[in-house]
Write a protein that binds this ligand. Structure first.
Ligand code: PAF
Length: 283
């Protein structure tokens, strides 16, 4: 597996693959990889001849007071995991490589509406940072396909919107959330939880499952269902930021006759922010 450190090296590798007739899939990550990331590499392999993962803890998507400095950086274990998952290369740029302007303000991509809703309302600027770094990755690596986890469902919808709005050729694919045995969605941030927090954390998923059951049983008072799920999360000892029932396609509030929903939630547990979501198909 190649380790690519500069955009020139990354471009050369991609050019060589293309010259040999290969297509390229990208799996963007911030490292500290777990089974969820490995599943994204598996999906990528099914959609292209070559798979490149990127590992970059992107400073522009962390707000002041968030966990940028302590975000786990585990490059050696990550490269071993990517090699085992069958990635062809990993792109590991520094901040100076990704943001060549030398730390000053640089060009930002903002997806109106979606970037300030739900998680965006609680993390101002976060999604501008995500869109801006993903567009840079797409421009350097020019993948035919990019794979993102559905655990960050709002991110996935927002990046699809960016790709549509900016006429990007990269096709964006979502990979199903991988869960621990007790339902907790796998996330690099789960390791911030102490033993007591880890026991409480699956309550977020449990509340979403209960909400889905209510929807499948025919309940349609979205606001009441959201409040009930928030209460359940709170009763379990977490601090809910939001629970929202939205249209799966664009995260708009559900219209009449909508059949494809997503229930999304975020909650705090000690200093850790957890997010999760579930698909709900109504008949
Ligand atoms: O989902 C993530 O890990 C990040 O938001 C991403 C897409 C790699 C951009 O930094």
């Amino acid at each position: 597996m190649k380790i690519l450190r500069t955009s020139a090296a990354a471009r050369r590798a991609v050019r060589a693959w293309r010259a040999a007739g290969g297509t390229v899939a990208l799996v963007p990550t911030m490292g500290n990889l777990h089974a969820g990331h490995a599943s994204l590499v598996d999906i990528a392999r099914r959609h292209a001849d070559r798979v490149v993962a990127s590992i970059f803890v992107n400073p522009t998507q962390f707000g002041p007071g968030e966990d940028y400095a302590r975000y786990p950086r585990t490059l050696r274990a990550d490269t071993a995991r990517l090699r085992a998952a069958g990635a062809d290369a990993v792109f590991v740029p520094t901040v100076a490589v990704m943001y060549p302007g030398g730390g000053g303000p640089s060009t930002t991509v903002s997806v109106p509406g979606l970037s300030t809703d739900l998680c965006g309302a609680h993390r101002p600027g976060h999604f501008d940072g995500v869109a801006s770094v993903v567009l840079r990755l797409f421009n350097i690596l020019t993948p035919e396909v990019a794979v993102f986890g559905e655990k960050d469902y709002q991110q996935l919808v927002l990046l699809r919107r960016m790709a549509r709005d900016l006429h990007l050729e990269t096709r964006i694919i979502g990979g199903p959330t991988v869960r621990e045995a007790d339902g907790l969605a796998m996330s690099s941030r789960n390791q911030y939880l102490d033993a007591a927090g880890r026991r409480l954390a699956p309550a977020l998923h449990a509340a979403l499952r209960e909400c889905r059951l209510q929807l499948l049983a025919g309940k349609r008072d979205w606001a009441a269902l959201e409040r009930r799920a928030c209460r359940r999360i709170e009763a379990a000892g977490l601090h809910p930021e939001y629970v929202a029932i939205r249209e799966a396609r664009d995260l708009a509030p559900p219209g009449a006759g909508c059949t494809s929903l997503r229930v999304l939630a975020a909650a705090r547990l000690g200093g850790t922010r957890l997010i999760d979501n579930l698909a709900v198909r109504l008949r």
